[in-house]
Design a protein around this ligand. Structure first.
Ligand SMILES: Nc1ncnc2c1ncn2[C@@H]1O[C@H](COP(=O)(O)OP(=O)(O)O)[C@@H](O)[C@H]1O
Ligand SMILES: [Mg+2]
Length: 509
């Protein structure tokens, strides 16, 4: 029964694209040859009336997706994070997609909360406001807990949103399969992989427990960060479709007049936003990836409060170390070093030329460093860097693009607080500090301790392992795989060495 639905959806999608003029953009992205273009336009033209007209004031791609509804809007937003797939220009266009929608009523929201938490709303909250913000997946109400009198924000998923999204996602899979089958030249766009990525992002947002978990993990990491606060999750009143979170009280970080009236030092705020973001990305490898002005406030005491944990970025420790060195190389304008780091990490294939790569990196770095301090952008530096590394055969990585994009947003927030902020001056100590702790002697000890911890976990099994190794060593006639004997001795020695190190370390620490 699904097939026909999906076909109707596809036709409507195609018709809307044709009607809004977005079809050409899609065909460009697919690098469709002329005859195919003519064929597609001819085929979809008669169905044009089936498509939505959309808002003629918007650029074509935005117009088509907005007309087609929430799942398409979300899809556009996710694609905007994948310039590796749609190209930088379309990614830029898609970035402005707004997912603000008309809210559903307070009464409906209260019914949803009651159903989800299994308790009457007036027992939980003594106040529950009209919706204060509504997006494609959820909306937010301001409320007060009956038990403590504490003010909270309550996020509620739209009724029936899972079904609606899953239908559209189903149609996207269907389309991806068709493209895979019939348009081999479009495989470069990895349609299945892109839809799977999208599906993952959406499934994450359709379960608010994941956002609550993100909020609490982020809070644990940043507990000691000065001048930074996060609203606390009220787990008792949070579930899959409802999230209750402490109310962030303060001035909007985008409202300079209000910040001045409250006597805040905007320059200090801007520098703090930047250095906090960098520290989270480098130190924790876990950062808020949606740090626009709508998701931050400034508390009366000057603390920055962040919320909306729907998009978080992860960077593993190895990648963080590599990129700290790369950034540091750029800060010192040591392009040869930056190039070498790429080769050492295996990011750029060994058959590429180091010197040529270093020269390309200089062409990226020098113009940026030549700018006035108030124009330098680390986000832009990273985006140029990724263009160069891609040219030299490095695979594009989604988490790094997310980092780069967020950096551009954070720089924008910082500059709007005070245009004179010097991004390098703020970044330098954070990067240098991270390098000191992550690559210096303390880091080596840290690595040894983790190794010892692994050894310790295997501790109870070590005697048996050693015995087995030694027995095998003294009974060469025991049948074993070819080449087996040659590894037994080093393995035995390795185990003994490991025990010694573990014992030594347990003495020291
Ligand atoms: N904990 C909170 N305290 C105060 N206001 C909040 C809180 N959480 C959300 N809001 C308000 O609701 C709006 C939408 O919530 P948000 O979590 O940003 O959802 P979305 O993903 O739709 O942007 C925010 O811009 C903010 O105005
Ligand atoms: Mg938000």
């Amino acid at each position: 029964m699904r097939g026909p639905h999906n076909i109707i959806r596809l036709i409507r999608t195609g018709a809307t694209f044709e009607r809004t003029g977005a079809m050409n953009l899609v065909l460009d992205a697919f690098e469709a040859p002329r005859p195919l273009r003519v064929l597609i336009h001819t085929l979809s033209w008669p169905f044009k009336w089936l498509g939505y007209k959309g808002d003629p004031d918007m650029p074509p791609a935005t117009r088509a997706l907005t007309a087609l509804g929430p799942a398409y809007i979300k899809f556009g937003q996710v694609l905007s994070t994948r310039p590796d797939v749609v190209g930088p220009e379309l990614a830029q266009q898609l970035r402005v997609l707004q997912d603000k929608l008309p809210p559903f009523s307070r009464a409906k929201a209260m019914a949803e909360v009651e159903k989800e938490l299994g308790q009457p709303v007036d027992e939980i909250y003594s106040e529950f406001s009209e919706p204060i913000a509504a997006a494609s997946i959820a909306q937010v109400h301001r409320a007060r807990l009956s038990s403590t009198g504490e003010e909270v924000a309550v996020k509620v998923l739209r009724p029936g949103i899972e079904r609606a999204f899953n239908k559209d996602v189903d149609a996207f899979y269907f389309a991806a399969r068709i493209v895979d089958l019939f348009a081999p030249m479009a495989r470069r766009l990895r349609p299945m992989e892109v839809i799977e990525h999208f599906d993952g992002v959406v499934q994450g947002e359709l379960d608010l427990r994941l956002e609550s978990a993100a909020a609490s993990e982020f809070a644990a990491n940043t507990e000691k960060d000065e001048g930074f606060q996060l609203p606390v999750v009220v787990w008792n009143y949070s579930a899959r479709r409802v999230m209750t979170l402490g109310w962030a009280d303060g001035a909007a970080i985008g409202d300079n007049a209000a910040l001045d009236a409250a006597g805040h030092d905007r320059r200090a705020l801007g520098e703090r936003v930047l250095s906090l973001f960098l520290r989270h990305a480098l130190r924790d490898g876990y950062f808020h990836a949606d740090m626009h002005q709508g998701n931050m406030k400034v508390a009366a005491n000057g603390d920055i409060i962040a919320y909306d944990f729907g998009i978080m970025g992860h960077i593993d420790e190895y990648t963080r170390r590599v990129y700290a060195e790369i950034l540091f190389g750029f800060i010192q304008r040591d392009y040869r070093r930056v190039a070498e780091v790429h080769f050492e990490a295996g990011y750029v294939p060994a058959d590429q030329d180091v010197d040529e790569f270093a020269r390309a990196l200089r062409a990226v770095g020098e113009p940026i460093f030549g700018m006035g301090a108030d124009q330098i952008s680390m986000g832009r530096l990273l985006s140029y860097l990724f263009e160069v590394t891609e040219r030299f055969g490095m695979e594009t990585r989604t988490e790094l693009i997310l980092l780069q994009r967020t950096m551009v947003v954070v720089e924008g927030v910082a500059r709007s607080l005070d245009p004179r902020i010097n991004i390098w001056d703020v970044a330098h100590p954070v990067v240098a500090d991270y390098i000191k702790t992550s690559i210096g002697p303390r880091a080596v000890i840290g690595d040894l301790i983790s190794t010892a911890q692994v050894m310790a976990r295997f501790g109870p099994r070590l005697p048996a392992l050693v015995e087995a190794a030694l027995i095998a060593q003294s009974h060469p006639q025991t049948p074993e795989p070819r080449g087996g004997k040659t590894w037994m001795l080093p393995a035995g020695a390795g185990v003994m060495g490991g025990i010694t190190i573990a014992l030594l370390l347990s003495e020291i620490f």
